[in-house]
Design a protein around this ligand. Structure first.
Ligand code: ZN
Length: 81
């Protein structure tokens, strides 16, 4: 049987009202708000993971950039000895 997400009162499947008769919250919007909250948390966690990934690869990216600079400098030196 379904339960009120706020007070835990059982909700009859034959009760089609959108409000909990125990605490009076709107079951439709309460569920929606809870889901949005969860989505936000998930998005935050994903963003944190991405941030960690970037932080992990940043030294390598910098290393590649530095190597590129060195190669360019070498080429310049070859052109203008
Ligand atoms: Zn309730």
């Amino acid at each position: 049987m379904a339960k009120c997400p706020k007070c835990g009162a059982p909700i009859s499947p034959f009760d089609w009202r959108a409000d909990c008769k125990n605490c009076g919250i709107n079951l439709m919007t309460y569920n929606m708000e809870a889901r949005l909250d969860e989505d936000e948390k998930k998005a935050e966690a994903e963003y944190e993971k991405l941030d960690e990934l970037i932080a992990k690869f940043q030294p390598r990216i910098d290393a590649v950039k530095n190597t590129g600079k060195k190669i360019k400098e070498k080429l310049k030196r070859k052109k203008n000895p």
